[in-house]
Design a binder for this molecule. Structure first.
Ligand code: AMP
Ligand code: ZN
Ligand code: FE
Ligand code: FE
Length: 290
């Protein structure tokens, strides 16, 4: 029973199509993966069909970008009902804002002499996918301006870059409320990975009181201390603990299954969900669900 609850496909900034991602998960011997593309559920259908074919259980999820002050926080939402209009409207608003934000970032870069156009960025994006900075990186790699996504982020796409432009993102409490309202289960992704200002113990307490279900404690971007702090806070607030890869295909070093979630913790997520169901569950998964 190997469970990886955080992966991206080409429906956002992963490099593999949803079906390819699921096939890779099967080949890697994973029993269950969650597809958690940024601000979209566009990959769900293709991934669901592949999950049945490949014999991998698919948890339909999302990763919502949220922001509070100078802090950017990513909220994973598991098994939400996408028919819920409030959640759908908020996700669409974020995706729309990412379009204008992309124009502005590319405009700033071009004005500074970096040879990149919005058409070249668009050429890197699958139809209907959520736009993100990694797509600018891919356009720069395709032109030979940089060698890798990592290099593009380190030199010109990081949050402190003069080319950086933000996009609309809801407050984390609002996002938690939306996920719960859609019957989903909200888990804070990589809470202590450095992204803007530090996430304080007080903020975690506030989010827990607002309905946060869990913390992604084990993640490549966490130090041992970060993981221990997440485990401590989860204990204090009765939160579920997860570990996941945050796989982005060839776009990042993260390997599928490099961190995993205990079946016991997964069963706590399922117990709290009343949105959509897991697809393609095998016998071992059913046992976990009791
Ligand atoms: P955005 O959503 O447009 O703000 O872009 C953020 C995304 O860029 C995150 O989801 C990360 O997966 C990705 N990202 C951040 N830093 C790097 C990096 N150094 N290399 C590759 N991808 C990155
Ligand atoms: Zn990403
Ligand atoms: Fe994230
Ligand atoms: Fe992610």
């Amino acid at each position: 029973m190997t469970i990886d609850l955080h992966t991206h496909s080409s429906a956002s900034d992963g490099t593999q199509a949803p079906a390819e991602l699921v096939a890779e998960a099967a080949a890697a011997g994973l029993s269950m993966i969650a597809l958690t593309d940024h601000d979209t559920t566009a990959g769900w259908e293709e991934a669901g069909e592949a999950a049945v074919r490949e014999g991998v259980a698919l948890v339909r999820g999302i990763e919502i970008s949220t922001s509070r002050g100078h802090r950017s926080l990513h909220l994973l939402g598991y098994l939400p009902n996408t028919d819920d209009p409030r959640l759908a409207i908020e996700l669409a608003r974020a995706r729309d804002s990412r379009v204008t934000r992309m124009d502005r970032m590319v405009g700033r870069m071009a004005a500074d002499g970096i040879p990149v156009t919005i058409e070249e960025v668009r050429a890197q994006v699958a139809p209907g996918a959520t736009l993100g900075r990694p797509h600018i990186a891919d356009a720069l790699v395709a032109k030979g301006v940089v060698g890798t996504r990592d290099e593009a982020f380190a030199t010109m796409l990081h949050d402190g870059s003069p080319y950086y432009v933000g996009h609309y993102a809801p407050d984390p409490v609002a996002a938690i409320t939306l996920v719960r309202g859609a019957g989903g289960v909200p888990v804070l992704a990589h809470p202590f990975a450095v992204r803007g200002a530090e996430v304080t113990d007080e903020l975690v307490a506030e989010l827990a009181a607002a309905g946060l279900a869990g913390l992604e404690a084990r993640h490549r971007d966490h130090s041992l201390e970060d993981t221990e702090r997440a485990l401590r806070l989860a204990g204090r607030h009765g939160l579920i603990v997860t570990g996941s890869s945050d796989y982005h295909g060839t776009g990042k070093l993260n390997r599928l299954g490099e961190h995993t979630t205990e079946p016991r913790e997964w069963s706590r997520i399922v117990e709290q969900s009343h949105g959509v169901k897991v697809i393609g569950e095998g016998g071992s998964v059913r046992k976990v669900r009791r």
